[in-house]
Design a protein around this ligand. Structure first.
Ligand code: PLP
Length: 395
């Protein structure tokens, strides 16, 4: 099998919903991968922040393989242990009270939205069902999470969208304050807007958002699908903002590459969803949860997170000296690189891939999200490729 055979078959049989880079990844280890012709890549994308422990981390593989040999799935009609242990661990690490498991970020956000709407209805009445989200947010691809996403470009083709979302600009607590009325049951935000350019929300603003929600008796939901599980240098990004939202959603990095989504609920929200209110056929799957438990074993650890932070500082310094980069945004190992005028992120990213570096974009920026356990040597290798692509040395 050659790379081009893979491209051709993909074009023939896979729905054309993705714009793919011309690379067919066959296998990987740590932060390095290979295509079908033996060409090597350094990984600065970790899936899209999903492969938090890199490709095929040995302890994670062992956890997944042992579980798949023991029991791959039953259904949520019966008890299994891996999902319970994972929920217990998540609650211990985060201070939350209960967890609902689904299979993706969008599904986790759907769960959070259901919690908010039922809360509004029970506490304030049927009129209280609207949710405020931010302009330039991204919350998923289902019809409802597209509605929640505060970007017009996502509100096309699929009418009618779910009603009941209001959008306000980020970092403006005055507008938020004015927008919360008796019809609003929750505010949902990302702390670092990943898909729309790794835009870090201001600390004072986020504190004010929490304060407004408390004053008005509405829920605060934080979408940590991309920022959670160590990505920003703490287990939850919320820790760095000093907030404790009512509901947090997790997904991407939690599964280390297997599909999972989680809704974390606090004491106020833990019993809103009752038997029959919500469910998922695959949610809490034993294999995925056994793997995620190993993710927690490794990442929810002070030394591991200290290492993420020191690599973050190291990378940030180096990234900001690269040619044609005008700004470096982000936290932890999640960076957005602004490019000089006329340079197109998509074109630079393609050039990087052609030269052996897997990298992401976010709107008009390059986005760098390596596996959290990437080595310094691999960081240097990746930075060198990026530097050469940015300076135009490589074609
Ligand atoms: C990726 C992402 C989602 C959607 O997750 P899926 O697993 O693709 O459904 C939702 N919110 C944020 C912040 C994300 O980054």
């Amino acid at each position: 099998m050659q790379n081009r055979n893979v491209f051709e078959k993909d074009r023939k049989y896979i729905a054309h919903t993705y714009h793919r880079f011309p690379a067919a990844i066959k296998n990987g280890h740590g932060a390095q991968a290979e295509d079908y012709e033996g060409k090597k890549y350094i990984d600065f994308g970790s899936g899209i922040g999903t492969n938090s422990l890199g490709f095929c981390n040995s302890k994670w593989v062992l956890a997944v393989v042992s579980q798949v040999k023991q029991l791959q799935h039953t259904s949520n009609l019966f008890y299994t242990l891996p999902d319970i242990l994972l929920a217990e661990n998540l609650c211990e690490v985060t201070g939350y009270s209960k967890v609902f498991f689904g299979n993706s970020g969008a599904e986790a956000n759907e769960g959070a939205i259901k919690v908010a709407r039922k809360y509004g209805m029970e506490v304030k009445g049927e009129h209280c069902n609207r949710i405020i989200t931010l302009e330039n947010s991204f919350h998923g691809r289902t019809v409802t999470t597209l509605s929640a996403t505060g970007q017009d470009i996502f509100h096309q083709h699929f009418f009618p969208f779910t009603e009941g979302f209001l959008y306000v600009p980020a970092n403006n607590s005055h507008v938020l304050h004015e927008t919360v009325d008796e019809t609003v049951c929750a505010v949902m935000i990302e702390l670092v807007q990943g898909e729309s350019g790794v835009n870090v929300l201001k600390k004072e603003y986020v504190k004010e958002v929490e304060q407004i929600c408390k004053e008005k008796g509405i829920l605060l939901i934080v979408d940590e699908v991309q920022t959670g599980v160590g990505r920003t240098g703490t287990f939850l990004c919320c820790e760095q903002y000093g907030i404790h939202p009512n509901v947090i959603t997790l997904a991407k990095g939690l599964g280390a590459g297997l599909p999972i989504g989680a809704v974390l609920m606090d004491k106020l929200t833990e019993s809103i969803l009752q038997t029959g209110d919500h469910g998922s056929t695959f949610g809490g799957n034993p294999v995925v949860c056994a793997g995620a438990l190993e993710v927690l074993n490794q990442i929810a650890d002070a030394d591991f997170l200290a290492d993420v932070n020191s690599k973050s500082e190291y990378m940030r310094k180096k990234l900001s000296t690269l040619p044609n980069i005008t700004d470096v945004s982000g936290m932890g190992l999640m960076f957005g690189l602004s490019l000089k005028k006329d340079l197109k992120a998509g074109e630079i990213a393609k050039k990087c891939v052609e030269n052996g570096l897997l990298i992401l974009t976010a709107k008009e920026k390059l986005r760098v999200m390596p596996p959290l356990n990437i080595s310094l040597a691999e960081i240097d290798k990746g930075l060198n490729i990026l530097k050469e692509c940015l300076s135009g040395v490589l074609s």
